[in-house]
Write a new protein. Structure first.
Length: 215
């Protein structure tokens, strides 16, 4: 539940976030998402029971929903249209590089300095993201006549959107099981946190190698 509530809130929030990004400001969403990413790790270190941890995960889910919607929309908006796939591939590599570095580093840090200090470092990276987002120029809002409901219905009636959504849903069910329970399984086998982080780093490195070519 603690792992899954993060993704559930992120999914539910993306629909209104997407409408807001189209009609108002993508930069505001970046700032909101980065601010939440600064605060949420601190709440993890303060949590002493499952309810508090679930609340922190829900807040974190709101943050990633805001930031990812705004970031992907900005990449699509700023990229040359004939090289959009390549641009998305490069953008995806930046995410995967962080995904490769963070687990390996944090696994090592947990073994050396504990969970709380590792969460403090994560909060520091969230603050850096907030600083970079603040430096961006204000974006221009689109003049979309559609309401939130109208825009959503247009999207779900699009056959391409539906097929892509079904595909990523099925794939992510499998991926979500691995992400959620492989660390628990490895720790139960007596494997150190450093090696648990290394498992995710190897996965990310493989993705980094293939993603630009596929883009």
């Amino acid at each position: 539940m603690i792992i899954g509530i993060f993704a559930l809130i992120a999914v539910l929030s993306r629909i209104p976030y997407g409408s807001y990004a189209d009609k108002h400001s993508k930069k505001n969403l970046l700032l909101i998402g980065a601010l939440i990413f600064t605060l949420a790790p601190l709440l993890y270190s303060m949590s002493s029971n499952p309810r508090a941890l679930i609340f922190a995960r829900m807040l974190h889910g709101l943050g990633i929903g805001a930031f990812t919607i705004a970031a992907f929309a900005l990449v699509a908006e700023l990229s040359p249209k004939l090289r959009l796939g390549e641009a998305m591939g490069v953008y995806g590599v930046s995410i995967m590089i962080a995904t490769a570095i963070a687990p390996a580093l944090s696994g090592y840090l947990v073994d050396i300095v504990g969970f709380d200090n590792t969460f403090y470092l994560a909060s520091g990276f969230g603050f850096l993201s907030l600083a970079f987002a603040a430096l961006m120029h204000r974006d221009q809002a689109a003049k979309s006549p559609d309401s939130l409901v109208e825009g959503f219905l247009k999207a779900v009636r699009n056959r391409g959107v539906l097929l892509a959504s079904y595909g990523i849903f099925i794939l992510t069910v499998s991926y979500g099981v691995v992400v959620a329970f492989i660390p628990v399984h490895m720790i139960n086998q007596g494997i150190s946190y450093t090696l648990v982080g290394g498992f995710f780093a190897v996965y990310a490195i493989a993705t980094i190698i293939t993603r630009p070519v596929m883009g």
